[in-house]
Design a protein around this ligand. Structure first.
Ligand code: UT7
Length: 329
């Protein structure tokens, strides 16, 4: 029987207009452009300023562009998955809002929460729906309005993140192309090295939780850095070995954009030269679920049919993983 695979047939992105530079942050917290650039690689990030807009707006705009790029009608989409840690609401899911706004009448839609690995988990989930034969076209979106959970008085976190989103259309193919393999891991973060303490069922919003700043992202940067630098490289090597890929076989590494030092370490361990690594952290910062689809859209004109791409991420959860895909368009 012919194996059905899921290939990406279109990509799209949306970034808010407002640019927040490192120099802007110097006015808010005790930091400086040189520290941020040398420690993270970030120069600026985008911020969604409109108080009436949330992650669904980023996701919807990215989705429309991906559909246009793939030349697919929203009414033909079978499922929509939005990876995010900053949904508009607890419920309805952000994906439901996207479904309505793009007119994806027959799609069922849900959110997936896996922090910085969210887009990869969602891509695997959408891919498996197609491989099972139950879905023919799936919209996979990664979007986050990180500014909504940042404390702009905490220099250790507010400099790192930005807002933005990207989307891909997955379609069924019988070619030896698209998503070929994946490896995902989870290690429950009981130490709370990267989390948001408030707003959930454990600490619902009260005047006290707001006063204590529990609704802001918190991170033990050093602890996460140590785990990320090993986790992302290990899983990238694992997917290469499982698929007999040498560094020469890899056309592009598409890494989660949390820190340029983590990206460089991963590429070095893989033996992949820097000209084959998608890096846009300098302009967007860490957009959590958005980083990898933003890269795919930024680089799509440089991708050729048959290119081997290794997508890798590490983040809160803890979650990490890699996907090997063969570019199919
Ligand atoms: O995407 C989700 C997963 N997240 C990640 O992968 C992030 C992983 N972590 C990191 O990328 C890095 O740990 C950071 C970029 C967050 C921090 O870089 P670092 O090299 O680990 O710095 P550090 O936390 O060890 O701090 C070094 C110094 C400290 O001062 P002392 O104790 O040496 O006096 C900090 O207080 O830098 C200080 N510092 C700052 N200085 C200026 C921390 N933040 C800042 C800042 N500006 N914004």
């Amino acid at each position: 029987m012919t194996q059905i695979r899921a290939k990406i047939t279109g990509t799209g992105k949306f970034l808010p207009d407002h640019v927040m530079t490192n120099h802007d942050l110097e006015k808010l917290v005790d930091t400086n452009d040189e520290w941020i650039q040398t420690r993270t690689g970030i120069v600026e990030r985008r911020i969604l300023k409109d108080p009436d807009k949330g992650t669904s707006n980023l996701a919807t705009e990215a989705a429309k562009k991906a559909l246009e790029d793939a030349d697919v009608d929203a009414a033909d989409i079978d499922a929509i998955i939005v990876a995010t840690v900053t949904p508009d609401y607890f419920f309805p899911a952000t994906a439901c809002l996207v479904q309505k706004r793009i007119g994806a009448k027959k799609a069922f839609a849900f959110d997936l929460s896996a922090a910085c690995s969210g887009f990869l988990y969602a891509l695997t989930t959408g891919g498996n729906m197609i491989e099972s034969g139950r879905a023919k076209k799936v919209l996979v979106i990664g979007a986050d309005k990180m500014s909504s959970i940042l404390n702009y008085e905490d220099r250790t976190t507010c400099i790192l993140f930005g807002d933005g989103g990207g989307a891909v259309v997955l379609e069924a193919t019988e070619e030896e192309a698209g998503i070929i393999d994946y490896v995902h891991y989870t290690e429950g973060d009981e130490d709370c090295a990267l989390y948001m303490p408030g707003g959930g069922s454990k600490h619902p919003a009260t005047a006290e939780t707001v006063a204590q700043g529990l609704h802001y992202l918190r991170q033990d940067g050093r602890a996460i850095f140590k785990k990320a630098i090993h986790g992302m490289a290990d899983v990238s090597l694992e997917i290469m070995e499982r698929n007999d890929l040498t560094s020469d076989d890899v056309a592009w590494l598409v890494p989660h954009q949390a820190n340029l030092r983590i990206i460089d370490a991963t590429a070095n361990r893989m033996g992949v030269s820097k000209d084959k690594v998608m890096i846009n952290i300098s302009h967007y910062g860490n957009t959590t679920s958005g980083t990898i689809p933003l890269c795919l859209d930024d680089w799509k004109d440089q991708l050729n049919k048959g290119d081997n791409l290794v997508l890798s991420a590490f983040g809160g959860g803890l979650t990490w993983g890699s996907i090997y895909l063969k570019w199919a368009i």
